[in-house]
Design a protein around this ligand. Sequence first.
Ligand code: ADP
Ligand code: MG
Length: 749
Amino acid sequence: MTAGDAKLDRVLGAKSAKALDSALGLSTVGDLLRHYPRRYAERGELTAIAGLEIGEHATVLAQVERVSKRSMRARRGTIVEARITDGHRSLICTFFNQAWRERELLPGRQGMFAGKVTAYRNRLQLAHPEYQLFDVHAETGAEGEEAHSAAEEFAAALIPVYPAAQGMPSWSIARCVAQALDVWDGTEDPLPDELRERLGLMGLSEALHMIHRPHDPSQVESARRRLKWDEALGVQLALARLRSASQDRPAAASPSRSDGILASFDGRLPFELTAGQREIGERIAADLATEHPMNRLVQGEVGSGKTVVALRAMLQVVDSGRQAAMLAPTEVLAAQHARSLEGMLADLARAGEIGGAEQATRVTLLTGSLPAAQRKQAMLDAASGRAGIVVGTHALIQDRVSFADLGLVVVDEQHRFGVEQRDALRAHGGDEASPHVLVMTATPIPRTVAMTVYGDLEVSALRELPHGRAPISTSVVPVAERPSWLDRAWQRVREEVAAGHQVYVVCPRVGDDETAGGDPGDDEAASSVADETEESSPEGDTRQRRPPLSVIDIAARLRAGPLADLRLGVLHGRLPAEDKDAVMRAFSAGELDVLVATTVVEVGVDVPNATAMVIMDADRFGVSQLHQLRGRVGRGSAPGLCLLVSEAVAGTATRERLDAVAATTDGFELARIDLQLRREGDILGATQSGRKSGLKLLSLLRDEELIAQARVEAEHFVGDDPQLREHPGLARMVAELVDEERAGYLEKS
Ligand code: ADP
Ligand code: MG
């Protein structure tokens, strides 16, 4: 009998073990047993060939329709071509110099064929597929002296189809799994009996047997439910432990004062806080007053006024003689935040200057691209405590800038700032007090994502926009079908400018010599364009598309033609920092009419006079990103206009995605659509490297209830026993789920 962590070569032949490892990264019995079938084929049912995608490694159940052999023209040798069919469509399998296949692939025989789907002269084909033909006699139920090697695997009513790879077809995996199941000791169920009984979950051994070798679909269902619980509970336990560890850490309390800088600031706010801003403000004030670190996420639509909320929190900390750091995803945004915080604070930001208010503090910008002398001064201001508020990019924390007394870290607009980074943040103060952490995002978060990706945080939502905010209207400009609409779009831009407003034109790429999409000068923008456009494009046919439109080309075209008489500026991540800053300043000051930019304008940029945005190649952006982008307009009282220019044709999934963005400004609805379109692993993977491998069956989209239940259970287990000492199985589950690095951390906590 073998334990789950036994190496596969002890159980299987060395050759199979090696193939499983190199093709699929499976090295232990446990790895293999958790390599679940992707689907199940019913015996006699053929795979729909129409559903295959080019480039996919497919496993197809089909029937041989015709087979032929011919000599190759150019070289010596023969080609055997077998046409296999699902009854509607057919697929060509080609074999070179294997003439004997002609005698095996007899018309009428059924089997499984595996290989990479390619297109050759407009026909789908599998080049050199691997296959297993079903035993002819098994079909009729005849007892066979000629029982085939494949017969046993294919005898069941449900044939598991595994995620396969070159050299490891599904049926070989099935055979290896069967061998592993036979020798596996099956004793290590991590779930406590009590929990299983209460939830009606089957044991681990039973579940693994059933998911690999089910007799009927209901067995698959029950097995999946049980195994999903393992995944959900593992994640939730890890997060619950993180929360509990963080709550146990000390933090410096910053109670609110009635006579400090916050009170002065409130007294001169030019507007009234919205009800949401006030309510969340009170929560945060209470959090900051406790001696344990705050861990809070504020999500609020673009323009909902998160900056004021953050600033008020920072001022409360400054009131206790401590410092606050505000981290933005890009330098442009950091510079803008520093400017706007200073603007809002006015003389309250001019401590030590003539005309500075009595309780005044200082706001310091600290970014990598500052000139050396200025940077040094900024570092000094942070270290000496002279700066009450330090604004920078995330590098601020990674570079271990020292602070006199860091009380609060605000992370703005950062969906890629994952659990680990936040955790590192909390540990920033070493063994002493941890800073409070406030994360702000404009990307609405579906409940399941909040419970997983942001599961270490308390979430509050800012739902209402300040009064007097004008609505944004969005339209698709389908240039493939209506080329003249593009001219009309530029006409609209000129009208906006004539009315005294400003306009953004956004392109997916910088231009010049770079190859892939994205803006390499700006990490955040680059990765989000690359990730979201490639991966969320459901057709996946990015191969023959022309390169995305670029800022440089479009700016040149607009200058030469439709917008020749307007003042045009260009902004992208590859500009030197001072140029970026100068362009942004000029645009904010109204010295430019049109800003042609990459997604560096995606987050947080605030120019209320900008009323329109034209997004070129809009289909190259993800749903959430488009929503974020258009949030840059309509920030003042004039109505906003967003035009999504795209070659996507009506009826395609790409076009539907754009139509969805045009149809609603409800960020939560769009977040759901986005989640549907993205591969879930990427959502988790992007933020939590270690969890990627952990979630195989659990779906953030479909398993909302289960995840919520698991969260409650996890709270109970961890609440009673933070180290899970009484439940070694659960503790093991948590440790297995997270990667080595994370596991190391969990032990420390
Ligand atoms: P976001 O939530 O997208 O970060 P901001 O904080 O940048 O939004 O706020 C958008 C604009 O709304 C800013 O110009 C800000 O000054 C303004 N604002 C914030 N709160 C209010 C309010 N309660 N009433 C009116 N205007 C407000
Ligand atoms: Mg903002």
